[in-house]
Design a protein around this ligand. Structure first.
Ligand code: GTB
Length: 216
C-alpha cells in the first residue's frame, strides 16, 4: 500500500513549491516510492481528525499502515532510512548527511522563517525596515558561511543526499527575497537540485494541485 501524505488544498504560495509537503514529495520521488496525497483546507487542518495525525494542525503528515508521522524532517528521514538513494551506506557519511538535514532545519530555516514572519506580520510597524535589515544580515551571515563550506562542490558532502534535499528546499524559501543570488555558488547549488528529475516531478504534481484548486 502506498503511503499517504497531506498537502494544502490551496497552497498560499500559489504553486511555487515552497510549502513543506514539497520536500516530502521530492524525497518520495527520489527513492521511487509512489504515494497518495490527501489535500486539506486550513479549517480541516484544525479539526480533530487531522490533529490526531498532526498535534499542531499543520501539513505535511505521512501515513504508512500503522505509522503516522508529522514534521517534514522526521518524514524525510524516515523515507531516507527505509529506501535506498538518499543516505550513504558508510556510517560516518550517513551521520554527516543527517547532520546537514538538521543544519538546514534548525539553523538555516529558523532565520528564513523569522524573515517571513517579519514580512507578513510587521510590515506596518515603525521599526519594520530596521528589523528587516537585521534579519537579512543574519541570513546573509549564514549563507556566506554555507557558501564558503560548499565552495565549488556540487553537493554538501559527496553525492547528493537527504541533507542536500533539505538544504535546497530551505534555500528555495529565501530566493524570493533576492538574498540567494548574492551567493552564486549557492544559487547554482539550488538550480542543480531543482534540475533533478525527481524534483521536477514533485514540483509538477504540487503545481497541478494548485491549478486544479483555481479551476474550482
Ligand atoms: N516544522 C514543521 C515541518 O517542518 O513540518 C512546520 C510545518 C508547517 O509550518 N506547515 C505549514 C502549515 O501547515 C505549511 S508549510 N501551516 C498552516 C498552519 O500552521 O495553520 C509553511 C509554508 C506556508 C506557506 C508558504 N508560502 O506561501 O510560501 C511557505 C511555507
Amino acid at each position: 500500500m502506498n503511503p499517504t501524505i497531506t498537502g494544502f488544498k490551496q497552497s498560499p504560495d500559489r504553486g511555487q513549491g515552497l510549502a513543506r509537503d514539497m520536500r516530502v514529495r521530492w524525497a518520495l520521488e527520489e527513492v521511487g516510492q509512489p504515494y497518495d496525497v490527501r489535500l486539506v483546507t486550513f479549517p480541516e487542518m484544525k479539526q480533530p481528525a487531522h490533529r490526531s495525525r498532526h498535534p499542531f494542525g499543520q501539513i505535511p503528515t505521512y501515513e504508512e499502515g500503522e505509522l503516522v508521522l508529522f514534521e517534514s524532517g522526521g518524514i524525510v528521514l524516515h523515507i531516507a532510512e527505509t529506501h535506498a538513494g538518499l543516505l550513504p551506506e558508510d556510517a560516518n557519511a550517513r551521520a554527516r548527511a543527517i547532520t546537514w538535514m538538521f543544519a538546514a532545519l534548525s539553523t538555516v530555516e529558523q532565520s528564513i522563517v523569522e524573515l517571513q514572519f517579519v514580512m507578513f506580520t510587521e510590515r506596518d510597524k515603525s521599526w519594520y525596515e530596521e528589523r528587516l535589515a537585521m534579519v537579512h544580515d543574519r541570513i546573509r551571515a549564514q549563507l556566506g558561511q554555507l557558501s564558503e563550506r560548499l565552495g565549488d562542490a556540487d553537493w554538501l558532502d559527496g553525492a547528493f543526499s537527504a541533507g542536500d534535499l533539505m538544504m535546497a528546499s530551505v534555500l528555495l524559501r529565501v530566493r524570493g527575497a533576492g538574498l540567494l543570488d548574492e551567493y552564486p555558488n549557492l544559487a547554482a547549488y539550488v538550480a542543480r537540485a531543482e534540475a533533478r528529475p525527481a524534483y521536477q516531478r514533485a514540483f509538477a504534481d504540487q503545481l497541478a494541485v494548485f491549478e486544479a484548486s483555481l479551476a474550482g
